[in-house]
Ligand binder design. Structure first.
Ligand SMILES: Nc1ncnc2c1ncn2[C@@H]1O[C@H](COP(=O)(O)OP(=O)(O)O)[C@@H](O)[C@H]1O
Ligand SMILES: [Mg+2]
Length: 340
């Protein structure tokens, strides 16, 4: 336990603020949600009896540093998922905090950078013997892809279902070329072309407190999905509450699954957490095919941690109070700071 705790502790809560001038309008709901998370975390931390304040990261990184310096928090809760609307700079924010010597909660810059590259993450998972769908990284829209249909085409370096739409699932060469061109035009980055796993979707939140443990498994249920739509968590399904795709993808935690599959998903999640050298918290996303074989889609080292999202739901299902989770994370960050 750290020497600094209780009412004397000053906690900063950093988040990337939505800025209409720098961000892409399409991303607005996912970008804006981080501010709401910051407010919820502020309430939780205040309930713990700590003095806390929010530090928005806006377009001037120097101003952000200046505020950090002036407020001089003992520890920072780092909710920053992007800079200038770009998730690719998420790791740079953590890296700057590391250089400044500010103890902060959540994953370090190396893990954040790794996991934002879906293809490299898959390579790491494979090297640890963990299952992930067969995939090819397409550097250009006309690259030959030696994988059988159906496939899903995703931007390789994004998160929050950015660039994921029903059309992302392709069943023939025309669809594949159309989507590769689309990723090139909209994101200007390589596309991950992956075997489309027909089946159920689960995610497992992992918490690294007294020990690294998997929380109860969640399922995204697709039962109400219109018949002409693929069963996926597209951007609209995640971020547009009025959309039929959102309404047809309700989460359920704990998932209704047999003990064998639950244990398997939880064991793999803990191994994936350690393979990606995660710390504090992360969420592992899966598809399970019709034969019951799990495939990891990705490891999220900076998952949506708001009260109405999957991670907090899993904490609730495990009987862990949101504020107590944050107390554990704060204590861990302080300990790391002391060791430094
Ligand atoms: N290989 C796949 N097979 C089936 N569905 C997939 C596959 N890859 C992605 N999806 C669907 O797309 C969603 C978003 O993909 P994911 O790789 O998790 O990216 P993000 O970082 O945007 O969450 C998943 O939740 C899932 O519904
Ligand atoms: Mg995901």
């Amino acid at each position: 336990m750290s020497a600094k705790s209780g009412p004397n502790l000053l906690v900063g809560i950093a988040f990337n603020a939505y800025d209409p001038l720098t961000a892409n309008k399409v991303d607005r709901p996912s970008e804006e949600s981080v501010e709401q998370t910051a407010k919820e975390v502020l309430t939780a931390v205040t309930e713990l009896g700590y003095a806390a304040f929010i530090i928005p990261l806006q377009k001037s990184f120097m101003n952000f540093c200046q505020r950090l310096k002036t407020l001089n928090a003992d520890v920072l809760i780092n909710l920053c998922e992007a800079f200038l609307g770009r998730p690719q700079l998420e790791a740079n924010v953590a890296a700057a905090l590391e250089l400044l010597g500010v103890p902060f909660t959540g994953n370090d810059s190396r893990t954040l950078a790794l996991c934002l590259d879906k293809y490299k993450t898959k390579a790491v998972l494979k090297s640890f013997g963990l299952p992930t769908p067969p995939a090819v990284l397409a550097e250009s829209p006309d690259q030959k892809i030696n994988l059988p249909f159906p496939l899903i085409v995703k931007p390789n370096n994004e998160d929050a279902s950015l660039g994921i739409h029903p059309e992302s699932v392709v069943r023939d060469e025309d669809g594949l070329r159309r989507q590769l061109g689309h990723i090139q035009d909209v994101f200007g980055e390589p596309a991950l072309v992956e075997a489309y796993i027909e089946g159920r979707e689960f995610n497992v939140a992992v918490r690294d407190a007294e020990k690294t443990e998997a929380l109860p498994v969640s399922e995204i249920e697709f039962e109400g999905m219109p018949e002409n739509q693929p069963n996926i968590c597209s951007y609209a399904a995640k971020w547009h509450p009025d959309d039929v795709l959102f309404q047809s993808t309700p989460p359920r935690c704990p998932a209704s699954i047999d003990d064998g599959l639950r244990t398997l998903l939880q064991e793999i999640a803990v191994k994936a957490f350690s393979a990606c050298e995660c710390r504090d918290y992360a969420r592992v996303d899966y598809r399970v095919d019709k034969k019951g074989r799990p495939f990891i889609l990705e490891v999220n080292p900076n998952p949506d941690i708001s009260l109405n999202a999957g991670y907090a739901r899993a904490l609730g299902a495990a009987g862990v109070e949101y504020k107590n989770f944050w107390k554990q994370m704060i204590d861990k960050a302080l300990l790391r700071g002391e060791k430094r």
